[in-house]
Design a protein around this ligand. Structure first.
Ligand code: ZN
Length: 167
């Protein structure tokens, strides 16, 4: 199996296969030093780009270094990741043709202020690389922030309804 890194329409560089990959193939391991989540937060606090992959319960992350870190996100991917005996593997979830870019769904979480906008171009693109759960969590947090802002306004007009809902 040949994997090459070259520029991608999705984002910067991507990972492409030069040969056909069958569905179910264990393609490449997500390699890199393992560090604690706290270490990673500190190391990349000011970095716009990170290649971190949470393993196990997420308290340890792989600081990506190697081929797999170049694989881009897609909302309609041809691969998925699987943890096998503590190693993270990129697996083909369908047959992949030679020349195709490998992608998997990042299901991002814990992204602070980062938008993590998705431009994968898939018909089902959710416009974000966050997991659907994380998107909902962030939307709730954003609504809360809006309410807090309204509360702080000294002469804010009180509407008769709406913002008093408890849920
Ligand atoms: Zn997308």
């Amino acid at each position: 199996m040949g994997l090459i890194i070259r520029s991608s329409a999705i984002h910067a560089a991507g990972c492409y296969t030069t040969s056909r990959i069958r569905k179910g193939t264990q393609i490449v391991e997500y390699t890199g030093p393992r560090i604690s989540k706290e270490e990673a937060d500190e190391k990349y606090a000011d970095s716009p780009t990170t290649y971190l992959f949470g393993v196990g319960d997420g308290s340890t992350v792989i600081d990506g270094h190697g081929t797999a870190m170049f694989i881009n996100h897609s909302c309609n991917p041809n691969c998925e990741t699987e943890e096998i005996n503590g190693q993270v593997w990129i697996m083909a979830i369908r047959d992949v043709a030679p020349g195709e870019e490998l992608t998997y769904d990042y299901y991002l979480y814990d992204g602070d202020e980062d938008e993590a906008a998705c431009n994968c171009g898939a018909p089902n693109c959710r416009r974000s690389m966050y997991s659907p759960e994380e998107i909902r969590r962030r939307a709730r947090a954003a609504r809360k922030a809006t309410r807090a802002t309204q509360t702080r306004m000294p002469h804010g007009r009180r509407s008769s309804g709406g913002n008093r809902r408890t849920r």
